[in-house]
Structures are given as structure tokens and as C-alpha cells.
Design a protein around this ligand. Structure first.
Ligand code: NBY
Length: 833
């Protein structure tokens, strides 16, 4: 089914972490100094929060030294740099990561211990920096870690949201959203840079003028102007040499056209303008995989793109003046999905209207500057903006988009003369009842390279999403399989396993993850198996403690820890997992001696606040969990946990404790997945479909070390073509019927029959768009294999070890190397110490 491929080697340019820059005594002194001089408190009064801030401040001193040296090196070498444009950066916590990357974790632990303080408790004080929804935002965070580690000149550009992704509470089984306030008591890492404030225009109208050479000149007269205030977060590479920055823009009122109101005595009215301007960076839209179509969202996108481009051009001009000829040698911009696609017409506007370059020259620069990453094929996630909305907010940009499209349509006409069907498909403008601007088409047309995020996804991007673009420009579409940083996702989050690996193969694997293959020779070694599984067991005990604290439930740590953690979405099929749990529950009730190894099913997932069915599935999981966990007939064998407020810092506690990793999306729907990589790296065995990066994980670990089930992409297409009817499965499979009917009773919601019915109906009258029922039997059979494999302790230990050993390909260092080779054409810049 799967073939074995050799993991591409990520030859890291970075060297081993050096001896720490501070010893224990010096770090201790620095922490205490900050307690006194930065926080104005002392050792006796300080609580953990104060200790956290003082420790951050002590570490930040070293970080900033690295930042200065890096910026100096980049400046003097006039380096080409990648500018990673992303509406989301899901950074999580920074203290532990920065300490690890500076090789100061042990030192800090010892220093704080001597001060009578627990580092673990101090780390828990840090709020997650949750400026992202899920995979796409976390990928950006892993990528900037790898870029710094590999000493690549790079800058991340995004939005300084006041509120990141909402905090999830579970009340009576249902999700409640609460605002996230990650900066409430100050963020010790960020540095405000008022000297680099930019101004951004919005609204207004376009004036057409005739220049002296008869040239038509366009002038945009904006209706309002907002300020972008940059906040820099230093990004420390592993080894601490290169420190890049993540620059996030906060919106602020510019005071533009407030003055009349103000002078007329309208002090309070003038504040309305301020509030509107400041709304732009207020809150992260909490949708993944759906496009909201909201005006404020478009303004957010333009706001951060316009600020970032001005920043880039200011820096370029400092070195090269008005000579644009070297711009594309110095600057490459990566668009993280289409959210920053408006940067394409914005750069055209700057070049044509401001720099007065002719269109062809400007377009040549543009199409050598941008590259675009596609993260989804789901139609509801592909961004489209009403032309009328663009016209109102960005009138000049709409004109430029029309011009780009006009010229592109001429190219299409040359390639496919008279073919109007192809033209309407490739056009940036969708001529529906309401004219729409397709940001995906704009991104492909305006970029020199377009990539998908796993082999199968990139193949589908070529074959199904953009086949004509692929014919037109055969070199443009490519693949870069996603990756994860092994520093955060193994070294920092799983210290016991890291120490065991260090002992076996040395400590260079965080920089060259393919070295983990050296563990494979120990996969059959009884002693190593014992050590490996002891680490897993200890991690399970630690997670059980967290579960107890968060939910009150005591879980059986001898059970299989079966974990599904990701955003809640129908295509990810948490409800397929739930159907299987219900099947086990029924089997146990019908046959009390039903033979299964005890299992704890653990979920973590946030639903978009407006996604009703996703919230219903969360409610169903919680209600089923409540029933099962309180049913003494089954709860020694079966338990279900829903951990509230899934986020990066919770993932770091869950992943090291997983035995089984659930990666069960409908084939063709999950572009890549990255949680699948994190779990396998920590020795969890995947139960998964042949979807996204699961396919490449299977190639690496081999068929014996993964449980693949379900329809393939081709089989899904074939079934849909023939006409899929969930009723066929419902009526022919007694177990499926019984489970679905069960959901409609009041068994799980006493006194409230039908409270879980929406889940059933989505799978029957709703048409089961993601084929849960079609894949159910295959899934259930795979789970029986999991059960059998786990009971064979030696076999399982070997599988777990092989998963860790074979994950080398999935380091984000390898992804970055692929981007460098296939897209960015960058060279590392060695920072002098
Ligand atoms: O990007 C995810 C993919 O689903 C996953 O398979 C892949 O591994 C990961 C990294 O490549 N996509 C994702 O996370 N998308 C979003 O978070 C997202 C957020 C906002 C919007 C759309 C998608 N939006 O339109 O607002």
C-alpha cells in the first residue's frame, strides 16, 4: 500500500548549542536584579507571576544581544530575506522555548531552585500567545523557529491582535467562548517600535489625471488613514546565534480628519474615530476553513499587508535608494494562504502610482516577489471578496485587479482561443449575481511559485483546483510537505524522552532529526523498550494529573491513551471517533465480558463560534463522556475525556502521553496535518486515513507501524460519483443503526430526548458529506487491530519506538530547506558572536 522512501536530509547550517552564556550564579543575580529593578518587588513579596516576569526579563537580555548582532550582520551583508506574511502566528509560550534555544533551561532550573522557586510553576504563569486558529498559524510559528535556527535572514509579518483565539469553557457539556487577553498584565517579550510606525489609507475615491507626457495618472484620495504601530517579538534560533523578529502591527487612530470635530468641541465624538481605527487589530477571526466575508476582516488583511510592504520598501530604499532593479534580489514574500493576497495589488499600486514604473516593469517585479502557499481545497475556505466591498474600501486596488485580470485574460485567449469556459474559470473575477474577486486565482497569477503542503495535497491542487494554471505555467505549482519544530515538539515538551534519546544517540538530533533513525536498531531491544515505555507511562501519569485538575475525572493510566486533538470540523470526523466509542459502549453493555484492553479516549478541540454542528458535536462528546464515565458497568474499560481550551500549551502536555494518534479525516480533505507529525514523533501510533501527510508518515514508518483504514481519495471520488447514500449503511448495518438511534433518545441527556439528534441527522438526512458511515466498519476493524497490537507489549513498544525513529523527514528544518531550494533561493547569514 505504501512505499518506503528515504527521508530527505535537512542539512542544518546551525551548530550545536554552545555553553550557556550565563552560569547559575549570574542568571540568579539577573533574575533577582529584575525582580528588584524592573518589577519593583523583592524575593519575599514576589509571587510566581513576578518570578515569571523577572525570569523572562533576564532571558530577554541575552535575546536582545543576539538580536542586535543579527540585525548588524544582516545589514552589513545586505542579505536577501524572506518575508513571511501571515494573518496568524500561533506562538504559544516563549519562556521555555527561548531557554531551550539558548541552552539555559537547566541553568534556569537550578538557579530558581536555589531561590526556592519551581521553574515548572513559573512556566505555567505565561499566557499562550494564541494569535492563530490552528494548523496554519502553528505552521508559521514552527517555520520562523526553523528559519532562525538555520540562520536564514527572515522576518514574520502579521497582526498584533489584542485578543487571540477565544478561551473555551465547557458549561453543562457545551462550548462557551470567552475573550482571550494574552497581554493583560504585559508581555515581557515584545518591543514597541514607534520609530517605525506606518500609515495606511482606506476608503475614498480615485482621481484620473493626465501627466505632462500624456500618461494617465491615478491618484487615490483616501477617506481615512490609520496608523500601524509595530511590535517586535524576537525569535531565537536553536543555538541562540540568529535572532530574527516577528513584527506584528497594531492599529491606532491617526487623528486624520478628527480635528474639525475636535475643534468644534466634539471631543467625545472624535473618540469614535479612534475606536474604529483601533478595532482593526482588536480580535482574531475564530474561523478555520471557512471564509467569513466580513468587511473588517478584509481591512485587517490590507492593514497588515500595507504596513509590512511600506516597512520592507523603507528598508530597501535605505540601502538602494530609488533604484528598483535589485528589489527582487533582496526581497521574497511568502503568502501564507490567500489572507495576505491583497499585498499583490498593493505592491503594484506602489510601483505604478507612486514610483511611476510602467505596468510591465512593475508586474515583472511583482511576479518575482510573491510566492503563495495553499492550505486547503475545501470550497468554503477559498476566499472571495465582493467587488463592491473592495471598491468601497480599496477603490484603487479594485481597478488594479481589473487591469491584472484584463491582461491575464489576453494570455488565456492566446493559449485557448475562443474558450470562454476556461476564461470564466480562470478569471480573477467571478461573474455571479454579485461580482466576486477570487483571491486564490489572484495569488496564483501574481506569484512565481505556488505550493501545496503535502504530496497528495499538492497533486490535488494541480489536478483538481488549478489544472489550467498548471498547463499554463508548468513550473509554478510545486510541493513542500509541512514540518514541525523538534525543539518545541520533542526536546522541550518531552524532556524524559529527549534525555533517553540523548543517552542513546547523542544530543545533535534536534538539529538533524534524521539521526533519530539510529534508534531503530534498538526497537527490538528489551531494555530500550522498557526505558521507552517507562517514559511514556510517566507522561501518561502526568497527563492523568492534568485531566484530574481540569475535569475532576480519574483516568486509568494502564489504559490505552487514545488522543484526537485538532479544530472541530466535520471533515476531521471527531464524530466518527464518537460513533466508534458508542459502538464499544454498546458492545460492553451487550456483552460484559467483551474483550478489549481498557482505553481512554481523549479529545481537545475548539469549534468556530458560528459553526453550530461543530458545537453540537462537542456537546455530544461531553454528554456521552458523562454517561460512560459514570457507568460502573463499563468505566473500568472505557473512559472519555474532553479537555477544555485546547491550545499549544495543552498540546505540549497531551502529546507526550499519547499511545494512539487519531488522524481520521475523509481522504482528500486534510491538506497535510501537523499534529499527526507531533504525535508520531513522541511515539504515538497513528490510526489514520490515506490523507494529507499521513501518507508520507506511513511511507516513513512502514505499514507495520501504522493503522491505515478507510476509503482512498479515488474511492471517495468514485463513491460520490456513483451517488453516496448514507441510508444504505444505516439500514444494512445493525450496529450503525442502533448507535444513531441511540443518539436520538434521552439516554445521554436524561429528560431531553433529541438533544443530540443533530449529529444523527447530519449523517442521514444531511447526506453524511464526509462519509463517516462509509468508513465506519473499516475504522472499527482498524481499532480492533490497535487493541490486539497494544496487548502485545513487545510489539507495541517496537511500533512506538519506530514511530519516533522514523520522523526525521518531518522536521520543519527540512520544510524550510525545501522552500529555500524550490522557492526562496536564500543563503544563510552566519551571525558573529
Ligand atoms: O493548515 C491547515 C490545514 O487544514 C492542515 O491540513 C495543514 O496541515 C495546516 C498547515 O498547512 N489549515 C488551517 O489551519 N487553516 C486555517 O486555520 C484557516 C484560518 C482562517 C481562514 C481559513 C483557514 N479564514 O478564511 O479566515
Amino acid at each position: 500500500k505504501t512505499k518506503k522512501s528515504k527521508a530527505s536530509q535537512a542539512a542544518s547550517t546551525a551548530a550545536a548549542p554552545e555553553t550557556p552564556k550565563l552560569d547559575k550564579g549570574e542568571l540568579k543575580a539577573a533574575i533577582v536584579r529584575h525582580l528588584h529593578c524592573t518589577l519593583g518587588t523583592d524575593e519575599n513579596k514576589a509571587n510566581n507571576h513576578a518570578w515569571w516576569k523577572a525570569t523572562c526579563a533576564a532571558i530577554q537580555e541575552l535575546v536582545l544581544e543576539g538580536l542586535r548582532k543579527t540585525q548588524k550582520s544582516h545589514y552589513f551583508n545586505d542579505t536577501r530575506a524572506v518575508h513571511y506574511f501571515s494573518a496568524e502566528f500561533l506562538m504559544g509560550r516563549l519562556l521555555s522555548n527561548n531557554m531551550h534555544n539558548l541552552n539555559l533551561f537547566e541553568t534556569a532550573n537550578d538557579a530558581l531552585t536555589e531561590l526556592g522557586i519551581s521553574l515548572t510553576d513559573v512556566l505555567e504563569e505565561e499566557p499562550d500567545m494564541a494569535l492563530g486558529n490552528g494548523g496554519l498559524g502553528r505552521l508559521a510559528a514552527c517555520f520562523i523557529d526553523s528559519l532562525a535556527t538555520m540562520e536564514m535572514p527572515a522576518i514574520g509579518y502579521g497582526i498584533h491582535y489584542e485578543h487571540g483565539l477565544f478561551r473555551q469553557e465547557i458549561k453543562n457539556g457545551a462550548q462557551i467562548e470567552r475573550p482571550d487577553s494574552w497581554r493583560d498584565y504585559g508581555n515581557p517579550w515584545e518591543i514597541c517600535r514607534p520609530e517605525s510606525i506606518q500609515e495606511v489609507s482606506l476608503y475614498g475615491y480615485v482621481e484620473t489625471k493626465y501627466g505632462d507626457n500624456g500618461r494617465i495618472q491615478k491618484e487615490w484620495h483616501p477617506g481615512s488613514i490609520v496608523k500601524g504601530v509595530p511590535w517586535d517579538i524576537p525569535v531565537v534560533g536553536y543555538g541562540g546565534k540568529t535572532v530574527n523578529v516577528l513584527r506584528l502591527w497594531q492599529s491606532q487612530s491617526s487623528g486624520y480628519f478628527n480635528w474639525d470635530v475636535f475643534n468644534a468641541g466634539g471631543y467625545v465624538d472624535a473618540q469614535v474615530e479612534n475606536v474604529q481605527a483601533e478595532t482593526i487589530s482588536k480580535v482574531l477571526y475564530p474561523n478555520d476553513e471557512t471564509e467569513a466575508g466580513k468587511e473588517l476582516r478584509l481591512i485587517q488583511q490590507y492593514f497588515f499587508c500595507a504596513c509590512s510592504l511600506k516597512d520592507i520598501i523603507r528598508r530597501y530604499k535605505r540601502a538602494h535608494g530609488d533604484d528598483w532593479s535589485r528589489f527582487t534580489d533582496q526581497v521574497v514574500i511568502q503568502l501564507n494562504d490567500t489572507h495576505p493576497a491583497i499585498a499583490i495589488p498593493e505592491l503594484m499600486r506602489i510601483l505604478v502610482d507612486r514610483a511611476e514604473l510602467d505596468w510591465d516593469k512593475a508586474w515583472q517585479i511583482c511576479t518575482k516577489t510573491f510566492a503563495y502557499t495553499n492550505h486547503t481545497l475545501l470550497p468554503e475556505a477559498l476566499e472571495k471578496w465582493p467587488a463592491r466591498m473592495l471598491e468601497k474600501i480599496l477603490p484603487r486596488h479594485l481597478e488594479i485587479i481589473y487591469e491584472i485580470n484584463h491582461r491575464f485574460m489576453a494570455e488565456v485567449e492566446k493559449k485557448w482561443p475562443g474558450d470562454n469556459a476556461i476564461k470564466s474559470k480562470l478569471s480573477i473575477i467571478e461573474e455571479s449575481s454579485e461580482k466576486m474577486v477570487r483571491m486564490g486565482n489572484l495569488s496564483v497569477i501574481g506569484s512565481f511559485r505556488v505550493n501545496g503542503v503535502a504530496e497528495i495535497h499538492s497533486m490535488l491542487v494541480k489536478k483538481n483546483l488549478f489544472p489550467e494554471f498548471d498547463q499554463l505555467w508548468p513550473e509554478k505549482l510545486t510541493n513542500v510537505t509541512n514540518g514541525i519544530t523538534p525543539r518545541r515538539w520533542l526536546k522541550a515538551c518531552n524532556p524524559a524522552l529527549s534525555a533517553l534519546i540523548d543517552k542513546k544517540i547523542g544530543d545533535q538530533w534536534p538539529l538533524n532529526l534524521s539521526q533519530l533513525t539510529e534508534l531503530a536498531v534498538y526497537a527490538d531491544n528489551k531494555t530500550f523498550q522498557k526505558q521507552f515505555m517507562k517514559v511514556k507511562q510517566d507522561n501518561k501519569v502526568a497527563l492523568a494529573q492534568t485531566i484530574k485538575e481540569l475535569t475532576g475525572l480519574t483516568v486509568n493510566t494502564d489504559a490505552i491513551f487514545d488522543i484526537q486533538i485538532k479544530r472541530l470540523h466535520e471533515y476531521k470526523r471527531q464524530h466518527l471517533n464518537l460513533l466508534h466509542i458508542l459502538a464499544l459502549y454498546r458492545r460492553l453493555l451487550e456483552n460484559p465480558s467483551y474483550d478489549m484492553h481498557p482505553r481512554v479516549f481523549i479529545f481537545g478541540a475548539k469549534a468556530a463560534p458560528g459553526y453550530t454542528l461543530a458545537k453540537d458535536i462537542i456537546f455530544a462528546i461531553n454528554k456521552v463522556a458523562e454517561k460512560i464515565n459514570n457507568d460502573p458497568r463499563v468505566n473500568t474499560k472505557l473512559q472519555v475525556v474532553f479537555l477544555p481550551n485546547y491550545r499549544v500549551s495543552l498540546a505540549e502536555k497531551m502529546i507526550p502521553a499519547a499511545d494512539v494518534s487519531e488522524q481520521i479525516s475523509t481522504a482528500g480533505k486534510e491538506a497535510s496535518g501537523t499534529g499527526n507529525m507531533k504525535l508520531a514523533l513522541n511515539g504515538a501510533v497513528t490510526v489514520g486515513t490515506l490523507d494529507g501527510a499521513n501518507i508520507e508518515i506511513a511511507e516513513e514508518v512502514g505499514d507495520d507501524n501504522i493503522f491505515i483504514f478507510g476509503l482512498t481519495v479515488d474511492e471517495v471520488a468514485e463513491l460520490k460519483r456513483k451517488g453516496y447514500s448514507p441510508d444504505d449503511y444505516y439500514y444494512k448495518n445493525a450496529e450503525i443503526k442502533a448507535i444513531l438511534d441511540w443518539l436520538e433518545t434521552d439516554y445521554f441527556t436524561p429528560g431531553k430526548p433529541g438533544a443530540l439528534a443533530s449529529v444523527k441527522h447530519s449523517l442521514l438526512s444531511g447526506g453524511d458529506p464526509y462519509l463517516c458511515l462509509a468508513d465506519f466498519d473499516s475504522y472499527s476493524a482498524a481499532q480492533e487491530q490497535v487493541d490486539a497490537a497494544y496487548r502485545d507489549k513487545t510489539r507495541w513498544a517496537k511500533m512506538a519506538i519506530m514511530n519516533t525513529a522514523m520522523m526525521g523527514k518531518f522536521t520543519s528544518d527540512r520544510s524550510i530547506k525545501d522552500y529555500v531550494d524550490r522557492v526562496w533561493n536564500l543563503t544563510a547569514c552566519i551571525v558573529e558572536n
